[in-house]
Design a binder for this molecule. Structure first.
Ligand code: DAH
Length: 336
């Protein structure tokens, strides 16, 4: 009888482990654990074994029954759990999921618009490295060491001489070193500043610089080019003004303002009640910059300008927080 007990135990284990459906589970229950099952019939047999063998065999049989019942219950629970989760996976009454097509990020769209306007005005597009040397970011642009204008740029220094560029203006130097005038190019790219993140400033943003260098380039040409750009980018009836300003790499320097998009010049919170919004910096390239690339500043003149792409876009679309550009919130992105 002890061999029978062992055989049933092995058979039961094989069968219960192979169960994958409720139906098979029920078959196993009937075969081993029901009133006419094989374990019950062993209890029947126990009645006819010699009296002195009964206690030991009875103990074996009880432990077989407990073993079978416990393992059966565990398997049952597993099957039921599986069934309910596969049922929810196959709920055909659920509405289908909508698959949305992506579109270009608003900053990419804005940069593409800027590029296509300047390309139509005869500018080519050039890029430069994001990791810059102190020389290109400051020194060659007429910011000598300890120049107070360096304070305007909160810089991420990587080492004593290398940094994450704080503007795209160093690409001007890289182009001038490689090319002789006439040069007409714009230089878009990422820039980095170690500023506290807020609705108005972010540690990473994008700029586009531009230059036109030749003989006899005048401020009037700079003015004409930027007005043509602003009218195409914003609208034809746009009002604008140029204000005197200061940049180490241009002389004279100016900033261009356009009428506030929100109050149309009447004065509001966005334009700090002035009616005007600054869109870019510009000026005639300083002779000291030409000196650092060995151009003859007696013969060569040129203009330069630079703008922030986030700012240009937020003024066009009325975006009130620069962080929105970088958070990838679908509710924001899908509006453009
Ligand atoms: N680099 C300046 C900045 O980051 C922007 C700028 C102003 C660029 C005047 C220019 C320029 O090329 O002529 O604030």
């Amino acid at each position: 009888m002890i061999e029978k007990i062992e055989k049933i135990k092995i058979d039961f284990e094989n069968d219960v482990n192979a169960v994958v459906s409720v139906k098979e589970l029920e078959d196993v229950r009937i075969k081993y654990l029901s009133r006419n099952g094989s374990i019950a019939s062993l209890f029947e047999e126990l009645k006819s074994v010699p009296k002195e063998e009964k206690p030991a065999l009875g103990k074996e049989l009880n432990s077989l029954r407990n073993f079978a019942q416990t393992n059966f219950d565990i398997r049952k629970e597993g099957i039921e759990k599986n069934n309910s989760s596969s049922k929810s996976k196959l709920d055909l009454s659920l509405p289908g999921r909508e698959y949305l097509l992506g579109n270009k990020h608003i900053l990419t769209q804005t940069l593409n618009d800027i590029k296509s306007i300047f390309k139509s005005l005869g500018f080519s597009v050039k890029e430069g490295p994001e990791l810059e040397s102190d020389y290109y970011n400051f020194e060659a642009l007429n910011f000598p060491a300890n120049h107070p204008a360096r304070d305007m740029q909160d810089t991420f220094f990587v080492s004593k001489d290398f940094l994450l560029r704080t503007h795209t203006t160093p690409v001007q130097i890289r182009i001038m070193e490689k090319q002789k005038p006439p040069i007409r190019a714009i230089m878009p790219g990422k820039v980095f500043r170690n500023e506290a993140v807020s609705a108005r400033s972010y540690c990473l943003f994008h700029q586009v610089d531009g230059i036109y260098i030749d003989e006899n380039v005048s401020f009037a040409e700079l003015n004409g080019t930027l007005v043509a750009f602003a009218k195409q980018f914003y609208n034809e009836d746009l009002k604008y003004r140029f204000r005197a300003s200061y940049f180490p790499f241009t002389e004279p320097s100016a900033e261009m303002d356009i009428t506030c998009f929100l109050c149309k010049g009447k004065g509001c919170r966005v334009c700090k009640h002035s009616g005007w919004l600054e869109i870019l910096g510009c000026g005639m390239i300083d002779p000291n910059v030409f000196k650092s690339v060995n151009y003859d500043s007696e013969k060569i003149t040129g203009y330069a300008f630079g703008m922030g792409i986030e700012r240009i876009a937020l003024l066009k679309y009325g975006i009130n927080d620069i962080r929105l550009y970088f958070e990838n919130d679908f509710r924001f992105l899908k509006q453009f």
